[in-house]
Write a protein that binds this ligand. Sequence first.
Ligand code: SF4
Length: 345
Amino acid sequence: MEKDLTCLTLEQLESLVVTLGGKRFLAKYLFSFIHGKNTQQIDDITPLPKAFRDKLIGQGYCIGRIQPADQLTDPDGTVKFVFALHDQNRIESVLLTDENDRKTLCISCQAGCRMGCTFCATGKLGFARNLTAGEIVEQVNQAVAICGKVNNVVYMGMGEPFDNYEATIDSIHILNHPDGHNIGQRHITVSTCGLPDSIRRFAGENLQVRLAVSLHAPDDDLRTKLMPVAGKYPIEQILRAVQGYQQHGGRRITMEYCMIEGINDADHHARSLARKLKGIHAAVNLIEYNPHSGCPFHPSSRNRIHQFRDRLAEAGIETMIRYKRGAGIKAACGQLGATQLEGLL
Ligand code: SF4
């Protein structure tokens, strides 16, 4: 899929068009028809001169689309899409609709993941490959075609966005562009397991995108047991990178914390977390853990989650609780790829 036009930002399309001897403004037609109108064939972009369409097709350019392979709806309204890629790898995206009918799409950036978090089905699956920017954006194109406008996009599906850095950044520019889906940068969240160099690099992109960091433990020993990558990047390093990011743009960070019974959910963990976050402009998302086969953990009780939240609140830390959604169709946090995983167990 080397010549997939879906992967290119408007600026990249402009360079391509000029290289092929066309007028720069023709790139706008390509971009808006591919991302705004979901056009399937280059030949259907009729505002482009026929000779130029023929040139693109003759040189092997195409509009790469991913194929919907399955769609499941949970009784709570959550929808999970399974998409087949051209090489038969499968990825999943999840659409959540809130009480105001606003839609958030959780998208994948890799087929599998190499971070190996022990509580995550995707991590257990292992890593197949990076997605292209086109395959990342296509999840939005397809969801919009099936379910209508998407208001928010979160990079919290399969894979680590900063382990596929360039494609992630290109896909943000494509999704944000007014001639495409026009999703405001503040309505896009990138969630990382905490790669300090990439957080620093991301600060330099000057995007208004929201950043979330998966912490899941208040100390390095426990965190390494849950997230092997923590052995390489201590929490202090991550928090220093986060502070640098905030000095650059002043934006609040969300710390993701998955509540696992008897592992990371005691009051002393909450107090320790609060101490760690002192001086950081951060809110904490407590995520109700979602069990799946192949993983021995259980979710904390709701009472425990509330107490944990109260300890953080006592320390002045704003805390939200994210209850399980879509667990019945294995669409909840940490469950993506669980069906593929069951097939392997
Ligand atoms: S939690 Fe995220 S980073 Fe960790 S293995 Fe799962 S997909 Fe990868």
